[in-house]
Write a protein that binds this ligand. Structure first.
Ligand SMILES: Cc1cc2nc3c(=O)[nH]c(=O)nc-3n(C[C@H](O)[C@H](O)[C@H](O)COP(=O)(O)O)c2cc1C
Length: 352
């Protein structure tokens, strides 16, 4: 089933070059104020065509609310938000399968019946509805003392030039057009532009942090907080890795380096470091919940690659047409932020 969530249920619909994309969000508590301006600002953070490191496709990405909101407040019934497609150019897409994209697997699953124009239901455009849902989740969370932020930690191997720590730093970065610390931006931006000039693409790493989450959320074993979060993050196209805290780097450390020493602050147990990313045994410990996501290079590139034409079943050499992001990471930052917010709220509502 293409549905996610426990207390909150999400169902995403639409295709990149169809009439539009959207989401049904069920389970938001009734009476929650939702500020339409905050939502519009979030949508703009992900929208295409806003700068030189994004695809030139231009979309307004305005959300039309069909149900579940009345006079700016949630009614308690399912919220349906629709985002119309305006700037599709389906002529750019033929029957050549794009290596690295889902054209091949869509063919296997749907036998050629899927609407694959512009990547169809597998397109990055399907993350716009997630940002809409995430923006509502963030507003509900902020009234419960939880804030979620994300940033670009690296692109194409170009790492952050400085350490980013603490809620103030994250808050400031999330307001930036290019969501990295200012000192990191020039080298990262140049790496993206250079890949684009070469007709190529690069990937990146996004770090997201939830501040203010209470300890004790999540279940041990099968319902772990990590599995809940990873399941939504892996629903985002181009996400190929998820790690918590030190993640894969912990495997190269000794226990004495990987452990987070404990102390008491005003009667509350805290840890001096946060290499376990705020989760132990699948349950939050009250430290910031930190997760990193690996985004692969954009599959559609202007370079010739070996592939197959699905219509003729012939081997071909082809370059992708259409308008594409040379690096998905900058536009995926608000998407990853939205996913973490939705997971945090789902767990808080269910006290799971
Ligand atoms: C915000 C966003 C934008 C994306 N833009 C593009 C794009 O312009 N061109 C492209 O080929 N893939 C793009 N993708 C990625 C593909 O949708 C994705 O790689 C593809 O569906 C295959 O899925 P997988 O990489 O998760 O295996 C984008 C993904 C996101 C999250």
């Amino acid at each position: 089933m293409n549905v996610w969530g426990n207390k909150l249920k999400l169902s995403i619909f639409g295709e990149s070059h169809g009439a539009g994309v959207g989401i049904v969000v069920d389970g938001l508590p009734a009476g929650e104020p939702i500020d339409a301006e905050l939502t519009a600002a979030e949508m703009l953070r992900r929208a295409p065509g806003r700068n030189d490191v994004s695809t030139p496709r231009r979309e307004a990405d305005e959300v039309e609310i069909l149900s579940g909101l009345l006079e700016g407040k949630t009614t308690g019934s399912p919220i349906c938000g629709v985002i119309r497609n305006g700037d599709a150019r389906s002529g750019d897409y033929g029957s050549a399968l794009r290596p690295g994209h889902a054209d091949w697997t869509a063919l296997l699953k749907y036998g050629g019946h899927a609407d694959m124009r512009g990547g169809g239901h597998f397109s990055g455009r399907l993350t716009a509805p997630l940002v809409f849902a995430g923006s509502m989740a963030k507003q509900v969370l902020s009234r419960r003392g939880v804030e979620v932020y994300a940033r670009i930690a690296s692109v194409g191997g170009v790492e952050d030039a400085e350490n980013v720590n603490g809620i103030e730093a994250y808050r400031a970065i999330s307001r930036r057009d290019f969501p990295s610390p200012p000192r990191s931006e020039p080298a990262m931006r140049e790496a993206i532009l250079a890949a684009g000039r070469d007709g190529d693409s690069i990937g990146g790493v996004i770090e997201a942090v939830a501040f203010g989450l209470p300890g004790g959320l999540g279940e041990p074993s099968l319902g772990s907080m990590e599995s809940e979060i990873a399941s939504l993050l892996f629903s985002v196209p181009a996400v190929k890795g998820v790690e918590f805290g030190g993640g894969f780097r912990l495997s190269a450390m000794r226990g004495s380096e990987a452990n987070d020493p404990l102390y008491i602050d005003g009667g509350v147990i805290k840890s001096r470091t946060n290499r376990n990313g705020g989760v132990l045994g699948g349950i939050t410990n009250g430290m910031p919940l930190a997760v990193r996501v690996a985004i692969k290079p954009t599959p559609s590139i202007a370079r010739e690659q070996e592939s197959v034409d699905a219509a003729t079943m012939r081997e071909i050499t082809a370059a992708a047409k259409g308008r594409h992001d040379p690096c998905i990471a900058p536009r995926a930052v608000p998407v990853i932020e939205a996913c973490l917010a939705l997971c945090a709220l789902d767990c808080m509502l269910g006290k799971c």
